[in-house]
Design a binder for this molecule. Structure first.
Ligand code: ZN
Length: 407
């Protein structure tokens, strides 16, 4: 099935073409789904597709990944030990620490890199709990996958070709930056790359260009509303945003936070979730605003585990646990059972929008990283800087907010 599956969804350069597009995805339909077949696929059909793709990904790992060759050998696992998705739980987890150690031991991208350096088209950075960035390379095919899943993310949240969307998050190295540009261009929306730390410019651009959508972190949306009122005297609603797509940090799932951003801008606020080591943004809320749909159906296999025991939990409404990702079609850094440290709760396995993928809410992380305006901040890194001023400082730190938090 995997070999014969064909998309009939939306494709690159598909909106209002002036010149004839050579893309196979030349038709755009003003409908609910970006990829109708895959987004409404039955669970049985999806499982069959995922099983076939995982078998091929394992072939690839056994043949190309020194990192996994070592892990499988240590665990006594041969390729023939996998014949169905059920067998996956016998394979070992992969942790962020292992990836970081792999990269330190075998620079630049680690023993888990399974593609030739010459085949890469871009490298992003992924930060983890210690503050030391790790790098994530993508091949052209990896980039196509990222773009398609990220396009589904925006489309699920209601972004359409007619929208003008300001990107109020980082572009440099950040996995939620350039992939967002690629995805929005694929949809045919108009991408305006304002970036971070540029609120004055953002206000000017929003009013000048008549932008109707904003992509940013929830904490930045709250900051921006305060900034607009304080620095310009405008009501944030006068910026004209009707759709605010939030990501990179949790928050919108908290009713008070969503209500505040919605009230400030008079916009529909939806959220997304991803992981730079797998696919930058892979879960997205639909207009029902009742949890984030899984959008990576045929590219990532998801498990929910008990973070203490590692036991696999059923993906059923009400189940809580840690998100674990397995790539199904990755060339550069294919990962098997990657522990994200994201703690989630499954909210539903069906939806009024008709998508068949489950929905979840992220309820936190299992580490202590803080995210401030979309930038990862590590208390340990702050302490290290303060300690560097010894003997003027003792190394003891206390972080005080100069304004109320987002509650
Ligand atoms: Zn839905």
């Amino acid at each position: 099935m995997a070999d014969t599956f064909r998309y009939h969804g939306h494709g690159m350069n598909s909106s209002k073409p002036v010149f004839a597009s050579e893309s196979p995805y030349s038709e755009i339909q003003p409908d609910e789904y970006f990829d109708p077949e895959i987004e409404t696929l039955s669970s049985a059909a999806l499982r069959q597709l995922q099983e076939a793709k995982l078998a091929r990904q394992l072939d690839y790992l056994y043949a190309r990944s020194l990192f996994y060759q070592d892990k499988f050998r240590a665990a006594g696992l041969r390729r023939e030990h996998f014949s169905s998705l059920r067998d996956l739980q016998n394979f070992p987890f992969t942790t962020k620490e292992e990836l970081r150690d792999s990269q330190s031991a075998c620079p630049p991208l680690g023993r888990h890199m399974a593609a030739d350096m010459a085949s890469l088209i871009r490298i992003h950075a992924s930060t983890g709990t210690t503050g030391r960035p790790s790098f994530v390379g993508i091949t052209r095919r990896d980039a196509e996958v990222w773009t398609r899943v990220t396009a589904r993310y925006f489309y699920t949240q209601g972004i359409r070709p007619s929208d003008v969307i300001i990107h109020g998050a980082s572009l440099a190295m950040f996995a939620g930056g350039l992939p967002a540009k690629d995805a929005l261009e694929w949809i045919g929306a108009t991408f305006v790359p304002v970036g971070t730390g540029a609120s004055e410019k953002l206000v000017l651009v929003a009013r000048t260009l008549g932008a109707n959508a904003l992509h940013c972190t929830p904490s930045y949306a709250i900051y921006l509303a305060d900034y607009v009122r304080r620095e310009t005297g405008l009501d944030p609603r006068e910026l004209g945003f009707r759709k605010i797509v939030c990501g990179a940090e949790p928050g919108v799932g908290i009713p008070a936070v969503r209500a505040k951003i919605t009230g400030e801008f008079g916009a529909r606020v939806t959220e997304g979730l991803g992981n730079a080591d797998m696919v930058p943004i892979i879960f997205a809320e639909c207009k029902d605003q009742s949890g984030m749909h899984f959008n990576g159906q045929e590219y990532v296999y998801v498990e929910i585990i008990d973070p203490e025991t590692g036991q696999v939990l059923p993906i059923e409404t009400g189940v809580s646990g840690e998100l674990v990702y397995t790539s199904l079609e990755r060339e550069c850094v294919p990962l098997l059972r990657f522990r994200t440290r994201d703690r989630v709760t499954i909210l539903a396995t069906s939806c009024a929008c008709g998508r068949t993928s489950f929905k979840l809410r992220c309820v936190g992380r299992t580490d202590d990283m803080l995210i401030v305006l979309g930038v990862n901040v590590f208390p340990s890194a702050v302490r290290d800087v303060v300690s560097s001023f010894y003997p003027k400082t003792t190394g003891e730190i206390q972080i005080l907010l100069d304004a109320p938090g987002q509650g």
